[in-house]
Design a protein. Structure first.
Length: 609
């Protein structure tokens, strides 16, 4: 058993709560822009004073509408300015925010609103409002539904402003004063890779304590001219939510990109100094750049640039890059790296990444081109990050050290256990699940990991996802899946092989890089994956990705066979969670026949011997 802890570096007042942030900002730095709002196609700054006024106006509307202290209020929307505004307004009314992914099904929405006992819900679109109307019969506690977008019903800001017009600001001050660090700030329902989502009870201290300490650890991100962050991950996810709190508290100007399809344009306009993303985003950027270089006949140059960036980053962890490597790096910086940085707006030096391991190769590549990715690790139950790579002591290939005021322990069976100011209080109305989640005061993550002497954590797999082959070999799928998925042509990969004679994989083709691949390999421009699934060149390309993935594991753990699927795993298809995690059970259910086809010859042979 190994354990590593880091003491707190910042003190959080016992009665401190998240509403203190906006009041402190307005008092100490009233004219500082803490947010930017996209209106009329242009970014407009919002100062601390303005934001507090808007929050108070919305909070008074909630109070006047009958939202009481401790009431749960649903919030269903894409990542946008109004999400942040309503979140702080709900808190300022003394209530509890219940985030809902805007892509959730009616059944999921009904469960979350019903289980939480929400008395009100703020939605983004008319379609969301219609969905709530259709399930409202099963939601007896739901008294109000407000909509953000304009339409037949006034926008939520106007509606709440009208409702609370007769109230004084003192009504909000009173609600804020009634909150303590132990007050529940939010119920975040787990994404539910298996089973029904459980509501994680997170307090004001969970968020406030983590953010206060992380601001000290991440000070290098904020001590630049006009620090700014563009958020595009769902704010319904705890990772985006925690960074939003950090940015607000650190007075970092924050913008929101609700449509991921507009991300390239928004990055160029907003020019953030750091961003937040999950590994899949970095994989897509890399794969797209690789595919474009190949299509433009510059594949050889790009590959050399990649190798140089990786070598340069690796040298930073040793004695430093030599003269020759520095010259090559400077050359490729002008030819390649500067263009990649320009795609992020040109000012981005850091990115925070979580949700899954990025992989050593990509970590070194991005640091080598001038974008240091600070990998971290955490769950909803730990208010996002419990470990994070500090900017001044990055260990590529790990998810960092415990954040201040937290600790990590590796149990005898390899499970990662967590403790700290950020650990949740339990599952909403589910004492049995709460009791099962803790062991001697430590939260059981269900993930497997290793801890270095210096306290750096490496995540090696998930207990429930460990495959045991028919030969008794234990296989952690994540390691090889990450490597295979790093290939430009691969979108998703899921390793299979539980109780089977060997390890295999289901693979999907990236719809963005597939057209370029067809062009460079002389395939019909309108050919689909289904039409080329038996194509020798496509099979060879996937085999190349599998061969590279097999280098990361032992021979017994390597993928022996694969099957190319004709669809892509997406959130809409039901095979990915909103945070881009595989729903393994759903994939196995929907593609059971494909798995059986992989093993049919081997099983038939075994049956006759």
């Amino acid at each position: 058993m190994r354990e590593f802890s880091v003491p707190a570096v910042a003190e959080v007042p016992v009665k401190g709560n998240l509403t203190d942030i906006i009041r402190t900002n307005a008092a100490e730095a009233p004219d500082t822009a803490v947010l930017s709002r996209k209106t009329g196609g242009r970014w407009t700054d919002v100062t601390s004073r303005q934001f507090k006024a808007e929050v108070y106006t919305a909070a008074k509307g909630l109070i006047a509408s009958g939202v009481n202290p401790g009431d749960r209020v649903g919030l269903m929307s894409r990542t946008r300015y109004e999400w942040c505004l309503m979140d702080f307004a709900i808190w300022s009314a003394g209530a509890v925010t219940v985030p809902i992914y805007e892509t959730s099904s009616a059944e999921q929405v009904e469960w979350i609103l019903s289980d939480s006992g929400a008395t009100a819900c703020i939605v983004e679109t008319a379609a969301h409002e219609q969905m709530i109307g259709e399930i409202r019969g099963g939601l007896p506690d739901l008294a109000h539904v407000w909509r953000m977008d304009e339409g037949d019903t006034p926008a939520v800001e106007a509606a709440l402003a009208a409702a609370g017009a007769e109230l004084d600001d003192s009504a909000v001050d009173e609600r804020c004063a009634g909150l303590t660090g132990d007050s529940t700030a939010t119920l975040i329902y787990t994404s539910g890779t298996t089973g029904r989502p459980k509501g994680c009870v997170l307090t004001h201290r969970n968020f406030y304590g983590a953010s206060t300490n992380l601001i000290e650890q991440l000070h290098e991100l904020f001590e630049v001219e006009d620090p700014s962050c563009l958020l595009f991950l769902p704010l319904a996810h705890v990772l985006g939510r925690e960074l939003h709190v950090i940015c607000m508290q650190a007075r970092v100007r924050t913008g929101h990109c609700p449509d991921i399809r507009q991300l390239t344009t928004e990055l160029a306009e907003f020019k953030p100094t750091f961003v937040l993303a999950v590994p899949r985003v970095f994989e897509k950027v890399y794969n797209t750049a690789t595919a474009k270089a190949e299509a433009d006949g510059k594949g050889k140059i790009f590959r050399k640039a990649v190798d140089t960036a990786i070598a340069y980053s690796e040298a930073l962890d040793a004695k430093g890059p030599g003269f020759g490597l520095r010259v090559k790096h400077a050359t490729f910086d002008k030819l390649v790296y500067a263009k990649l940085r320009a795609a992020l707006g040109g000012r981005c030096k850091f990115s925070v990444s979580g949700g899954a391991p990025l992989g050593t190769r990509l970590g070194h590549f991005y640091r080598g081109i001038g974008l240091t990715i600070l990998e971290g690790y955490g769950l909803t139950e730990s208010t996002a990050a419990t470990t994070l790579n500090p900017p001044n002591a990055v260990r590529v290939g790990t998810v960092g050290r415990p954040i201040p005021d937290s600790a990590v322990r590796i149990a005898e069976d390899g499970e990662i256990l967590l403790k700290g100011v950020n650990i949740f209080q339990g599952y909403w109305h589910n004492d049995a699940a709460t009791e099962d989640a803790f062991e001697d005061g430590w939260f059981r993550t269900g993930d497997l990991g290793e801890l270095s002497d210096e306290g750096y954590l490496s995540v090696t797999g998930r207990k429930k996802e460990i495959l045991v082959t028919a030969g008794g070999k234990n296989v952690a799928p994540a390691v090889i899946e990450d490597r295979i998925r790093a290939h430009p042509l691969i979108s998703e990969c899921m390793v299979v092989g539980d109780a089977r004679p060997f390890v295999a994989a289901l693979v999907t083709i990236d719809p963005e890089t597939f057209p370029r691949w067809k062009e460079t390999h002389g395939k019909p421009v309108d050919a689909t994956v289904a039409e080329l699934v038996d194509d020798a060149d496509l099979i060879a390309a996937v085999q190349e990705a599998v061969d590279d993935g097999n280098k990361a594991v032992s021979r017994a753990e390597g993928v022996k066979k694969f099957r190319i699927l004709t669809i892509n795993f997406t959130e809409e298809s039901g095979h990915l969670t909103p945070s881009m995690k595989l729903k393994r059970g759903m994939v196995m259910k929907d593609f059971a026949a494909d798995v059986e086809n992989i093993y049919a010859p081997a099983q038939a042979k075994a049956a006759t011997t």
